[in-house]
Ligand binder design. Structure first.
Ligand SMILES: [Zn+2]
Ligand SMILES: [Zn+2]
Length: 480
């Protein structure tokens, strides 16, 4: 089985925004390059690339959406939607700044939160204080962030994807795939919440200067809404990787698509993007499995990049804590079913009790004993052993380990990564108990044949652990 791993920079981040999110602060979306933004964009791309390398995260293609392929694929999909009559025109109201002579992106509108119990200063499409989702036209006393003048509401025509008419097709896809693809519970909940409200036509264009231009005479000065074209980035990035991209993307009988993301991005992947693909009437590879995480909170509060609260990718390497320890802690703490908490004390505790006292201790005891010179150990040669089945402790260990390996495989198949990691660590725990119960250091002189069974079995277990832990801590596995 071939696996293609893609990463799209900037496309799948923690806070979904509306119009105008294609700013310099969010890399990856500058399709019609503005020189300053473009260099900013490249700068972030490079930073992220380095962070992932440091964390031992590898991709076949670490892509971005500022590519000619993105425009090409996006336009082809758009044309299909037009041909199939899934797009309609409608008028929207948007804030326009007369001084700046442009429609204002959400993040460029500042005002007061309309929520009466809050009334805090707010910006763009969400109040950071009370979390209310906003339409910027609802902000009290709106101001243009650039020139501080009061913008006015102006009508503007846009294109809409007719989600209501696509609902039947979409519901078919969701009800079937959420079962066969073992969607995580939080993905199903978020999707159903949207469906329950009833789908409305979704605006797919924006009055912005940059983005993928809309190939339509009337709308040629507009660009596509970022959440319309960001998921198309998965396709275009594959197209930038191989001319055979359709073997991946138009081959649903032979390709399984897995996607991983935070819970706030779910509707774009279970509702919007599938509807877009279904609307083309073509045979696309649709997402099969979605693995969604809740939030990881920091000490007593929330991570906030803008407020500098938390520890981020580029800080991690400055801590001198090795990447495998970070990976272990973050995966063991992966918020699969509910929010989890990052604390430095917990990181230290897990490092000491789990990585050092359990895993490190087992591997070190086994390998250092084997490495001892003959007379005290085995001179770095794994001893031959026979009749292992005659040693009850060993047969018991084998039994327990096989069960744990089965559980591990099942968990990994279902993308329950944390459960998989726990199974591997439980095997290491069994290994420690086995060493302790067998009292191999006594057997070495008293019963060499049994000692050889114990050490040969233990070395096998070390090898097994290196394999099982490889997806979690590849550099550790390499070293072992
Ligand atoms: Zn508020
Ligand atoms: Zn202005």
């Amino acid at each position: 089985m071939a696996v293609l791993e893609l990463f799209q920079l900037g496309g799948f981040r923690s806070v979904p925004r509306q119009a105008g999110e294609t700013s310099g602060e969010l890399p990856g979306f500058c399709y019609r390059p503005v020189p300053t933004l473009s260099s900013e964009n490249s700068r972030y791309h490079k930073i992220h690339d380095e962070v992932y390398k440091w964390f031992d995260i590898k991709f076949d293609k670490f892509g971005r959406t500022s590519s000619p392929e993105q425009t090409e694929v996006c336009h082809a999909i758009f044309q299909k939607l037009m041909e199939n009559n899934w797009l309609t025109e409608n008028t929207m109201q948007q804030l326009y700044c007369d001084t700046c002579q442009r429609f204002l992106a959400d993040r460029l509108v500042e005002g007061i939160c309309p929520n009466k119990t809050c009334n805090a200063p707010a910006r763009g499409d969400q109040c950071e204080i009370c979390s209310t989702m906003l339409n910027p036209t609802e902000l009290i006393e709106p101001k243009c962030k650039v020139c501080k003048n009061t913008p006015r509401i102006r009508d503007t025509d846009h294109l809409f994807l007719e989600l209501p008419q696509l609902t039947d097709k979409l519901v078919n896809y969701i009800s079937e795939t959420s079962v066969t693809g073992l969607w995580s519970q939080n993905a199903i909940q978020a999707t159903n919440a949207w469906l329950k409200e009833g789908l409305k036509p979704r605006c797919i264009t924006r009055d912005l200067k940059w983005g993928v231009p809309v190939p339509h005479e009337k709308y040629k000065d507009k660009v596509f809404y970022v959440w319309f074209d960001a998921p198309i980035g998965y396709v275009s990035i594959t197209a930038g990787y191989t001319p055979d991209w359709e073997k991946w993307w138009k081959n649903p009988d032979n390709v399984e698509l897995f996607q991983f993301m935070g819970k706030d991005n779910v509707p774009f992947h279970t509702i919007m993007f599938p509807s877009t693909l279904l609307g083309t009437g073509e045979k696309w590879t649709m997402m099969k499995t979605i693995s969604v995480t809740e939030y990881l909170n920091y000490e007593a509060g929330k991570f906030s990049k803008s407020k500098g609260i938390g520890v981020f990718g580029n800080d991690a390497k400055d801590t001198n804590i090795p990447p495998e320890v970070w990976r272990y802690y973050l995966l063991m703490n992966r918020p699969e079913a509910s929010d989890t908490l990052f604390t430095w004390a917990d990181l230290q505790a897990k490092l000491n009790t789990e990585l050092l006292n359990n895993l490190g201790n087992f591997i070190n005891r086994v390998l250092s004993f084997v490495a001892k010179p003959a007379g005290a150990g085995y001179g770095s040669v794994v001893p031959d052993a026979s009749n292992a089945e005659s040693h009850p402790l060993t047969t018991k260990l084998v039994e327990k380990t096989s069960k744990l390996v089965d559980l591990y495989l099942d968990a990994m198949e279902k993308v329950k990564l944390k459960q998989g990691l726990k199974c591997a660590m439980a095997i290491s725990g069994e290994g420690n108990a086995y060493l302790q119960d067998s009292q191999f250091w006594k057997l070495y002189k008293e019963d060499p044949a049994t000692c050889a069974i114990v050490m040969r079995t233990s070395v096998g277990l070390v090898y097994l652990l290196a394999c099982l832990l490889e997806p979690f801590m590849p550099s550790f596995s390499n070293e072992v």
